[in-house]
Ligand binder design. Structure first.
Ligand SMILES: *Cc1c(COP(=O)(O)O)cnc(C)c1O
Length: 382
């Protein structure tokens, strides 16, 4: 079955009693046993719940993995995935990894004895130099936030495999509709389902999906042992959201492509960061390993910080906000918002300047979005 069909059907039929088309929410902490030996297959909601299992089956299928766990947030999914490593283990990470991941690694997991090297993963020589015999894991996030750098999945996996390091990919920005890291041999895929998978900005959640059973079993064990699983209500919302993932992604990325071109041709804009533009340094790579370019983009304005701030404030349809992937468009100023906690040197290394504005393109009509950006860039109010 094709992606769209699986998104609508896989895992959802859990009501054999009344045949409800939609998966019921099972808001129960515990399940009663038939006798002291036998239960329904469910025992306690931290360890398993039918609504959550419906979502797990659905997402495992969409990514092409053998097992999925869904968690309370994207960060708890990241914590789960990194909990397979032990003190002393070395993990290689991109310099411009998601800010929350960076904080977890540098301020928490290093205290637990894990060792991290942060490198520019678009530079394969740097990856070769960083991955060694002591390396147990390679963390990949592509495209990166907010500069939309694209990492070569196949090349990084090949390097990691030479040292038997486990590769984990944060696939939040493209969703399984536009990028399937397992096709390149990645071992583990994680998502903040808060973003495109749910798509409606009404829940926070995460998912970890594995290509092979042994790792899938470890993730399920960790999710239960650490108590990371999402609530049945949240699982139900994300399952509702994911059914329209394909059509949302198609529409949002089509608009993003048009907006990227509009911005690239605007006199007030210095540079646009969108993998779908021929001017993007990894455009060919993105074309090869992704099945679309996504709906996130950033741009630098020529006139500097006051102009960047004015554009964020002047747009009417783009709410100012962090997060992304919802049906409503958002605009953000990374240096005071998503990347405020990053050091100025770190931001400079990642290419984030005081002229950089990030947008998440939603489902509004693209003509309205372009008119709104146009007014904001021309200093007019709409
Ligand atoms: C939002 C995000 C996360 C963290 O997810 P939460 O649901 O906010 O905990 C991780 N990675 C990426 C790329 C994200 O955009």
């Amino acid at each position: 079955m094709k992606f769209e069909t699986r998104a609508v059907h896989t895992g959802v039929h859990k009501d054999q009693q009344y045949n409800s088309v939609i998966t019921p929410i099972y808001p129960t902490s515990t399940f009663y046993w038939d006798d002291l030996e036998k239960n329904s297959g469910y025992d306690y909601t931290r360890s398993g719940n039918p609504t959550r299992d419906a979502l797990n089956e659905n997402l495992a299928s969409l990514e092409g993995g053998v097992g999925c766990v869904t968690t309370s947030t994207g960060m708890s999914a990241i914590h789960c995935a990194l909990s397979i490593f032990d003190p002393g283990d070395h993990v290689v990470v991109p310099t411009d990894v998601y800010g929350g991941t960076f904080r977890l690694l540098t301020q928490f997991l290093t205290r637990k004895g894990l060792k991290f090297s942060f490198i520019d993963m678009t530079d394969l020589d740097a990856v070769r130099a960083a991955v060694g015999p002591e390396t147990k894991g390679v963390w990949i996030e592509t495209p990166s936030n907010p500069m939309m750098k694209v990492i070569d999945l196949q090349a990084v996996v090949d390097i990691a495999k030479q040292h038997n390091a486990i590769t984990i990919c944060d696939n939040t920005f493209l969703s399984p509709y536009l990028q399937r890291p397992f096709d390149f041999g990645v071992d583990v895929v994680m998502h903040s389902t808060t973003k495109y998978i749910n798509g409606h900005s009404d829940v926070v959640g995460g998912a970890v999906i594995c290509r092979e059973q042994e790792l899938a079993d470890r993730m399920a064990w960790l999710t239960n042992a650490l108590g990371l699983a999402c609530s049945p209500f949240d699982a139900w919302l994300v399952l509702r959201g994911v059914k329209t993932l394909a059509v949302r992604m198609e529409a949002q990325q089509a608009s993003a492509g048009k907006i990227a071109r509009f911005l690239e041709n605007h006199a007030a804009v210095e540079k646009v960061y969108y993998p779908g533009l021929e001017s993007h340094p990894q455009h060919e790579l993105a074309r090869r390993q992704q099945s679309g370019f996504g709906a996130m983009l950033s741009f630098d304005v020529k006139a500097g910080r006051p102009m960047a701030e004015r554009v964020c404030i002047a747009t009417k349809l783009f709410d100012i906000g962090v997060s992304l992937g919802g049906v409503e468009s958002l605009i953000s100023f990374p240096i005071t918002m998503s990347h405020a906690a990053m050091s100025p040197e770190g931001r400079a290394a990642a290419g984030i300047t005081e002229k950089t504005v990030r947008i998440s393109v939603g489902l509004e009509h693209v003509a309205d979005l372009i008119a709104d950006l146009s007014n904001a860039l021309d200093g007019k109010s709409s």
